[in-house]
Structure formats: C-alpha cells, structure tokens
Design a protein around this ligand. Structure first.
Ligand code: NDP
Length: 485
C-alpha cells in the first residue's frame, strides 16, 4: 500500500492478509470523508465498499434526486403562468429518458471524482463486503475470494437500507422503492406515494412538475412531522398547488391490479396507478457486520453507541453517519467522518455541533436548523419570534417567487438565535447562514446588523431578525408610537 510505513501483505491461515492503519467500512459520505481525512493526516487507509463508491447519497439518493428535482423545476417554471407574465411563451419538448441519462452523467462524474480524490490522497479502495472477525481484523468477501484486513483502527460507516412494508412488497416494477426511480425509462402517468417524509414529498413534487398525476397516502395528519408545523403547512399548500392529492390518516390496505385500495377513517377509496412508490424510511442493519466479535455495543434504539469522538465501546472502532443516532443526513455523516478520522489519528476532535440543518427539496423548498417553537418552549426558553414573508422581498419579487417566509426563533432574554425555519425559494441556501449563526452562538442583533447584499434572498434572514427585534423596515407592524417596538 502507498504512503505506508507499516503497510504490508502477508498470509494469515492461507488467506491473503493486508495490514492498514485505518479500515473504513462503507464508501458513502461518512466513510469516504473519514478515509480522505485520515489519509490527509498521514494514516495508511483502506476503504472497503461493496457497491459503488459514494454510497446511497451519490448514487441513488441526494445527487440523482436533486438533479431530477432541479430539471423538473426548470421545466415547471418555464411552463408556468409566471413565465407567461414575463413574456415567455415556451413550448417544452420533454424527454424523460434523456433527463435520466443526464442525471446518470452527473452521478458518474461525482462518483469518479470521489474515486479520484481517494486515489490522490493515497486511500486504497477494496471492493467487497466486510465483517469483523475480531477487534483487530476484518474479513472481506471480494470477487477474488476472502481477504483478511488487519487494522489499527476501524470506522463503521455502513449506512442504511430501504424499509419495505409487508402488505406492499416491492416488485420493483409497479411497487417501487426510491432506488427504482432512477432506473425508470418512461414517465409514469400516475403515481401513488406511500409516506409523508422526505422522499415522499420530494418525489411527489418532482413527478407532479413533470406531469404525473400524484397522490400521497400518509398515515399521519401532518407532512414532515418532525419539522416546524408551519413548514408542513407550506408543503401542504405547495404540493396542492401543483395538483397533488394528499390523503391523510390513510393507508394502502392492498393493491388490486393497477388499483390501490386506500382506507381513510374506515372509508375505502380506489386510486389508479402506474407506479406506487413506498417511502417508509431507511434502517441500518448490523447483523452481517460481526459486531459480536468486537466490543461494539448498540444503544437503546439499536444504533451503534458512540462517544463525542465517534468512538464505540471498542477502543479500536469508530462509527459514523446513519450507523449512529441523529438524523440520517449526508452532511451529518460528513462531519462525523472527519471527527472519527481525526480522533483515530490521535487528534482531539469532537462531534459537538449545536445544530444540524435539514433541507427538503420539495414544493416549496423547505429548510430548518435548530429548535422548533415547541422544542424551545420545552427547554424552558422564553421566546421571541420574527418573520419575514418573501412577498416583501425585492429579490423574491424579481424572481416571481413570492411564496414563502423566514421564521426565526430567539431567546427573549438576550436574543440568542435558537432556530430558523424557511419555506420558499433558495431555502436550502439561506439556511447556511442560520446554521452558522446558531453554531457561533449569534444573537438577533448579529444577524440584524450584518450588511446583507441587496437585492438577495439572504436579506430575508436579516429582515426576520429585525422583525424579532421590532424594527423591520420592509414589513409593517403596528407598534406603540415612538417606542421603536
Ligand atoms: P422519512 O423517515 O423521512 O419518512 C418515512 C415516512 O414513512 C414517514 O412519513 C412515516 O410515517 C412513514 N412510514 C413509516 N413506516 C410506515 C408504515 N409501516 N406504514 C406507513 N407509513 C410508514 O423517510 P424517507 O423514506 O422519506 O427517507 C429516508 C431518509 O432519507 C430520511 O429519513 C432522510 O433522512 C433521508 N433523505 C433526506 C433527504 C434530504 O436531505 N433532502 C431527501 C430524501 C431522503 P410517520 O411520519 O407516521 O412515522
């Protein structure tokens, strides 16, 4: 192996054995980041991945989804009444197969980019399925047979797999999962989507914008139930505005041919569909990892227990990303991968982030970081709230994207920013400033007094902070004369 004082290959019990400072299991966001960061720090690193490098996010998750969502948004905007008001009368000739090919190119470029980065940093990538045989050794099933990897430290970044529903088994033709979306060769005329989380709302918006008749069947009564309720309401309005039917408190009892039999409060209804997408979450599975051969322990929720340095109960082994508690988000895994690598290299490093932003690329785009109103109150804060509607934003007007708002929640004593929740254009970009504010312990005054370029969408974050302070300029609120509030 390259860059490796200790690196050597030898025979263990007839198997080819390789020695490495750091073995990383899983080549997704947490795994490849840990591998590259550890190599930067001078460790000899082996990254073991059974599928494509880049993991779910690059290959069948964030990247292909966002490519298609962006494409659908461009098409939808060009066809919209707003475009006509601007004098654009477009006839769109849309080719779904071509769009899938373009998306596949984006995925390939990024996957190849990650492979190149691994190579340039001296990370050795082994293709195969790894399992622990002790706290110091892994076996890897490769195409050329079983390989043994002796490691100094290891990082588990094994990700998740898709949850199925017993009464709606995937046949990957009519009843499909999110991976199948990226293989579709033609645009479905109609689609039933089961679930009310990230994938359900993103895929609903994507296909509705392309012209598919979409129905969401959700067992709950509020989309995206872990987000601030106003964001769920914005999603409800936005999805309805592009023609999506949403059936709350409903379940697909069974499928009969091309009909979904849906029960809502005991009432049966039948929905015709070409494809049914089941988006009922993802779960990590550790059964095949051989953890019983190590000191790694699971926590009460069945995830790998780690300390702030991402170290498990086994001093040689770290775990990151979806394998440990917290939201199943690539950017959380990126950060934890860096922490694990630095800790494994002997540096003092901790995953002590205050907040993890989340973005839902639906209609409208939604983003949040920090506490919801309810969480802030539960934690005993007295709160003040500021809000700025995009209808009052110069930039939003110039883009004809006036639906949406920024809502900011702060501690009434001192103005510490506790949470920011955004619906509408560029929400996913705007949330970065809010994440930095919360991470840095910023107060409303910091956001309000920072000069934001005009006309831009980030001004809305400043305006929301000013509103919370009672001194918004571009939005009128009645106040006692001369008080400034
Ligand atoms: P989510 O956890 O977001 O949503 C799962 C949905 O499935 C929930 O609405 C849940 O209902 C419903 N559900 C769960 N079990 C059942 C069941 N037995 N019957 C009916 N409905 C059920 O998962 P997704 O599959 O949407 O996405 C997987 C993960 O991928 C997400 O957790 C997210 O972390 C990540 N992701 C992130 C994206 C982003 O960052 N933009 C985009 C896409 C995915 P209930 O609410 O009642 O529990």
């Amino acid at each position: 192996m390259r860059n490796c004082a200790q690196g050597r290959i030898h025979l263990v019990m007839g198997e080819l054995a390789t020695r490495t400072d750091l073995a990383v299991i899983g080549g997704g966001p947490g795994g490849y980041t840990a591998a590259i960061r550890a190599a930067q720090l001078g460790l000899d690193v082996m990254l073991i991945e059974k599928g494509h490098i880049g993991g779910c996010c690059t290959n069948v998750g964030c990247i292909p989804a966002k490519a298609l969502i962006h494409m659908a948004g461009r098409k939808h905007d060009a066809e919209s009444g707003k475009a006509k008001e601007m004098g654009i009368n477009a006839t769109i000739l849309f080719d779904f197969k071509k769009a899938q090919e373009w998306k596949a190119g984006v995925v390939k470029d990024l996957r190849d980019g990650i492979a190149t980065l691994c190579k340039l940093n001296g990370v050795e990538v082994m293709k195969g399925k790894a399992f622990f045989t002790s706290s110091k050794t892994l076996s890897v099933e490769t195409e050329s047979g079983l390989r043994t990897v002796e490691f100094g430290k290891a990082v588990i970044a094994s990700g998740t797999s898709i949850n199925g529903l017993e009464n709606l088994p995937f046949d990957h033709e009519r009843i499909i999962d999110s991976d199948d979306i990226f293989e579709l060769e033609s645009l479905p005329a109609s689609m039933v989507i089961v679930g009310g989380g990230y994938i359900a709302v993103e895929m609903a918006a994507l296909f509705a914008k392309l012209g598919t008749k979409v129905s969401i069947v959700y067992r709950g009564d509020r989309l995206l139930r872990n987000m601030e309720p106003e964001l769920g309401s914005a999603a409800l309005r936005g999805l309805a505005s592009i023609g999506i039917d949403i059936l709350f408190k409903s379940e697909v009892a069974r499928v009969e041919g091309n009909q979904a039999v849906v029960m809502t409060d005991g009432v049966e209804r039948r929905l015709l569909f070409d494809r049914m997408l089941v988006a009922a979450g993802r779960t990590p599975h550790f059964e095949a990892l051989g953890l019983e051969k190590t000191g790694v322990k699971l926590d009460a929720s069945g995830l790998i227990a780690v300390d702030s340095a991402m170290k498990t109960n086994d001093t040689n082994i770290y775990a990151v990303g979806d394998a440990v508690s917290g939201p199943q988000l690539a950017h959380k895994a990126f950060r934890q991968g860096k922490v694990a690598a630095e800790a494994a290299a002997g540096l003092k490093s901790a995953f002590d982030n205050v907040a993890i932003p989340m973005v839902v690329f639906a209609e409208p785009e939604l983003a949040a970081v920090g506490m919801t109103e309810e969480e802030a109150k539960k934690q005993g804060y007295g709160i003040i709230i500021g809000k700025f509607p995009f209808s009052a934003s110069g930039k939003a007007r110039t883009m004809a994207k006036t639906e949406g708002f920024v809502k900011i929640i702060a501690d009434s004593a001192g103005g510490l920013v506790l949470g920011v929740h955004i619906a509408g254009a560029e929400a996913g970009t705007l949330i970065a400033e809010a994440a930095l504010a919360i991470e840095m312990g910023a107060q409303l005054e910091d956001l309000a007094a920072t000069i934001h370029a005009h006309p831009t969408m980030p001004e809305s974050v400043m305006e929301a902070a000013e509103d919370a302070l009672g001194r918004g300029i571009h939005m009128y609120r009645k106040r006692a004369k001369g008080t400034g509030r």
